[in-house]
Design a protein around this ligand. Structure first.
Ligand SMILES: [Zn+2]
Length: 482
């Protein structure tokens, strides 16, 4: 960790030179042949570790991977010395929301601070800083992300990233098909969350979404005394049937065991949260296995709302260095004008113990469930829910890694969940070509200075990142917030 912190210090120093660096980098033109020589290539999907490797990148793809004895550096290739370094597939965060900034103003339906910053201004800030947000993902070695729900505006983002060089690949879902309404989040008649009351309404929304070719249809299966599991189930059934008929996959938010079970029985392709109310039973594990459902545990977000409100947010050094500084500054609730502080925050600051106890209770269940499902061979895909209050776009992934480690997962399992398994959630042609170091795969790579198999904390010790075969120096990626 000392090494990581030292490195972070350097990063801070180099921010000032970002503009200069940016003009010098980017010379590795598309179509170039590059050989990464002498490093350890780690392919978590196959558990393969090749020491003293030669990884040849040709254009946007990996051409070959082998030991130095087997593979020669091809003539004309630019050779990069990787001795002592570790080469992995780029990380994939399978659960983010770009319509949320991660700052304190981003969910007025949870804490209303619109008298400090109106929601329209919050959204304008997000739009203005989109390129900055994208670059921060790459800075963290995250070369692909899945946005599992937001306004129709999300489809514009998917288009935008194609013209932004320093951006991850993105897959997107449109508005969440929900059992509850969130009018506080509606701008320009483009709600991120749509309350659906009948199966027919659900089918109509799927038909409307299908025209935009979403990567997922998203269901927000929120259970409450007013909306028990069985009440919303006919809508879940109709939405999934209509989506599957149109060859669209369905992601479901369900944090209670019975809602998650119902969602999987109805055919959900992806559960975007861990079950956190009860320990999973054998029947549930068998069901996930039979159906081939993927599960994203999404652990970090559980602690971040409560810890932010209780003024107990403990961001990692990586988050402080690589997260957006304006977002991070907003999370200090002691800086809010006293007359503006919402009751929920007042109560949490005055009495943080119950808030912290609730987080611990949630983790006692969620971490145990993750270990059970991982051991049972369920496809687990790493995700953060970045964009929610306190969950920082980009580096919150490294807190997710810590929690997965705490659950008892090995570094190789965590890396597999973040690469090969996460690629399965991405889906489509692109999904088939990411998440691995192998011939024919897209050359999205992370080069580390220390071995992540010794300690998953080394996963943030990033030397360089390749996206589409183009090398990106991390220090060139600090786009200052406007
Ligand atoms: Zn989410």
């Amino acid at each position: 960790m000392a090494r990581v912190i030292r490195q972070l210090g350097n990063v801070k120093l180099s921010i000032a030179f970002a503009a200069i660096a940016a003009s010098l980098i980017g010379t590795s033109a598309h179509g170039e042949k590059i050989a990464l020589v002498g490093g350890t290539a780690i392919d978590p999907g196959t558990n393969k570790v090749i020491e003293n490797a030669v990884v040849v990148i040709n254009g946007d793809s990996t051409e070959s991977v082998g030991t130095r004895g087997e593979k020669q550096v091809p003539p004309g290739a630019r050779s990069i010395d990787c001795a002592g370094r570790f080469i992995l597939p780029g990380y994939i965060d399978t659960h983010v929301h770009f319509f949320q900034s991660g700052d304190i103003f981003t969910r007025p339906d949870v804490v209303d601070l619109t008298s400090v910053r109106p929601y329209a201004e919050e959204h304008a800030w997000i739009e203005r800083n989109m390129r900055d947000t994208f670059a921060r993902y790459l800075r963290c070695g995250i070369t692909s992300v899945v946005d599992v729900g937001g306004p129709m505006w999300n489809f514009r983002l998917r288009k935008l990233v194609k013209s932004v060089p320093n951006a991850p690949r993105i897959a997107v879902a449109g508005p969440l098909i929900s059992s509850v309404a969130r009018p506080q989040l509606v701008l320009n008649d483009d709600p991120p969350i749509v309350k659906i009351d009948t199966p027919e309404q659900g089918v109509l929304l799927v038909q409307k979404l299908a025209k935009r070719s979403p990567d997922y249809v998203k269901i927000w299966y929120v259970v409450s005394p007013d909306s028990p599991v069985e009440k919303f189930r006919p809508i879940v059934h109709a939405v999934i049937a209509e989506s599957h008929a149109r060859k669209l996959r369905v992601a479901v938010h369900a944090t209670e065991l019975e809602a998650a079970r119902a969602a999987v029985e109805e055919g959900a392709d992806l559960l975007v949260h861990s079950v956190n109310d009860k320990l999973v039973d054998e029947e549930f594990v068998r069901l996930l296995k039979e159906r081939g459902t993927i599960l994203t545990p999404t652990l970090v977000v559980f602690e971040r709302y409560g810890r932010t409100f209780a003024n107990k947010l403990e961001l990692l050094p990586e988050e402080k260095a690589w997260g957006n500084p304006e977002v991070i500054a907003s999370l200090d609730v002691t800086k809010l004008a006293p007359d503006k502080v919402p009751d929920r925050i007042k109560t949490a600051v005055a009495n943080p113990e119950p808030v912290l106890a609730k987080i611990q209770q949630t983790y006692d269940v969620a971490l145990k469930n993750l270990k059970t499902l991982q051991d049972a061979g369920i496809t687990i895909a790493t995700g953060t829910d970045a964009g929610n209050i306190g969950t920082i776009h980009g580096p919150s992934l490294f807190r997710e890694f810590q929690l997965m480690k705490q659950a008892g997962l090995t570094p190789m399992e965590i890396l597999k969940d973040t690469t090969a398994n996460a690629a399965k959630t991405f889906g489509g042609e692109t999904g088939a070509k990411i998440g691995a170091i192998a011939p024919g795969k897209l050359a999205d790579l992370v080069v580390l200075n220390s071995n992540p198999l010794d300690d998953i904390a080394h996963a943030s010790d990033i030397q360089s990142v390749f996206k589409n075969g183009v090398e990106i120096a991390p220090e060139s990626l600090h786009v200052d917030a406007k």
